[in-house]
Write a protein that binds this ligand. Structure first.
Ligand code: PLP
Length: 432
């Protein structure tokens, strides 16, 4: 199987963390997102221990919570001792509702509104990652009004093209995020931040993109950022205490994707940071990383019920499911590839090649094309793997389809993390 937590039982059914997927579908209905909580915890521990080993005790992974944001996830990562990154007022509010300690929140965004900034200040968010000068000035004024000194990082673009999909590449000079070293704007914003008494500049941040398998761009980013810190120390006397190198490690969606050794990638990044700090005679800052996808994607599986199976002779076979782009828009957005299987006959060979379609009135509403699958029949349970990240968090109510529930499984037990939306929920905001 694609992930170590997936297996087959004696009935030939798919199991997720030891639990029968067909029984989960019967209990919770479909579509449903199943999250293997034990696997998420294991991933959190891998990051924590590798970072402590190679970067030292004050280094910490921050869960990039846009990957899967719900109160249950904030409880879980809090228990695992991670910080979090939030990118909107809604994520901040969700974290706050879960009782997540505000001091361990990093607040991101390339265009935070004044309302966002006020909310963040008023809830005591530990660190705000400032994107550009306008925001820097607005935040400085709002913090001064409140008589506080707000901790900040500055978002810097190291000028790296990590060879991932254009829509999820974020570290190039012309990115909409942050300020680039190459243009001199990064240095200018550092100088300005240091001059503002209501802001405490504790360090820098970069994030080069997402779903990246090649470790070299991460190492390059670490090198470029650390060399830049040397320059800032020499020219501006700036002592960087925190260096946040973002997220972006790839995960396996299909058998063709490589397996990444995250601990080894962290080791390589640490090596270059230490070398460059020594060369530049600066203290090694605490390193932060922001994994999102690599903590939760592989732990998630979406279960659907197969409806129509439509063969078009000489063309293709459509297997339609009771979900689609509203619960997983990633194929429509990026052409993302997935692995699917029939959960109730998971031991059978995948002899067919099919297009898995959703039920929206859109031809682009597909989960994938040219997907190997066991022969499918109406009523089968179809499992799509690696859907823990950017599925529930990107879900919509397009076609007024209610969003599926999120179910955590751990140690042979299930917990409902998010209940299924109802039609009443769908009309709840309508006023006329
Ligand atoms: C999205 C994002 C992440 C997480 O990226 P993954 O690919 O999910 O690991 C981390 N940091 C920032 C600033 C992001 O925008």
């Amino acid at each position: 199987m694609l992930h170590p937590n997936l297996s087959l039982n004696e009935k030939g059914h798919l199991t997720i963390g030891g639990m029968d997927a067909v029984e989960l579908a019967a209990q919770y209905g479909t579509p449903a997102y199943i999250i293997d909580e034990d696997m998420v915890r294991q991933n959190c521990r891998t990051y924590r221990s590798a970072m402590a080993k190679y970067f030292g005790g004050n280094s910490r992974p921050l869960y990039a919570s846009k990957a899967l944001s719900c109160t249950g996830m904030y409880h879980l990562v809090r228990e695992e001792g991670l910080g979090i990154d939030c990118v909107s007022g809604g994520e901040l509010f969700t974290a706050k509702t879960a009782g997540f300690p505000a001091g361990r929140i990093y607040f991101h965004g390339n265009n935070k509104t004044d309302r966002d900034l006020c909310d963040a200040l008023d809830m005591g968010v530990g660190t705000i990652v400032v994107d550009h000068e306008d925001e820097l000035r607005a935040l400085a004024a709002l913090a001064a009004e409140r008589g506080i000194r707000q901790r900040i990082l500055l978002r810097i673009s190291p000028g790296i093209d990590p060879h991932t999909h254009r829509a999820i590449s974020t570290g190039s000079v012309d990115s909409k995020f942050g300020r680039a070293i190459e243009t001199g704007q990064a240095r200018a914003i550092v100088a300005e931040a240091l001059s503002l008494p209501s802001l405490e500049l504790v360090g820098l941040h970069c994030h080069i993109g997402s779903q990246i398998f090649d470790i070299d761009p991460f190492v390059d980013a670490a090198r470029i950022m650390t060399a830049f810190l040397g320059e800032l120390k020499r020219d501006l006397g700036f002592d960087c205490r925190k260096l946040n190198l973002g997220g972006g490690f790839g995960v396996r969606y299909t058998e063709f994707d490589p397996v990444i050794d995250y601990a080894d990638a962290i080791r390589r990044m640490a090596e270059v940071v230490h070398t460059l700090c020594a060369e530049n005679k600066i203290h090694v800052p605490d390193i932060l990383l922001e994994p999102g996808r690599s903590l939760v994607a592989a732990a998630g599986t979406t279960l659907y019920t197969v409806g129509s199976v439509k063969e078009i002779p000489g063309f293709k076979c459509y297997v339609s499911v009771d979900g689609g782009m509203p619960d997983n828009p990633r194929y429509a957005l990026y052409g993302s590839r997935y692995t699917a299987l029939i959960a109730n006959r998971a031991g059978e060979e995948k002899t067919e090649t099919v297009t898995i379609a959703g039920r929206c009135c859109e031809s682009g509403d597909l989960i994938g094309e040219e997907m190997p699958l066991q022969p499918a029949r109406r009523g089968d349970i179809l499992a799509v793997l690696s859907t823990g990240a950017y599925n529930y968090s990107m879900a919509s109510n397009y076609n007024r389809i209610p969003r599926p529930p999120v179910i955590f499984v751990a140690g042979g037990r299930t917990t409902l993390a998010v209940r299924r939306e109802t039609y009443r929920d769908i009309v709840a905001l309508d006023q006329l």
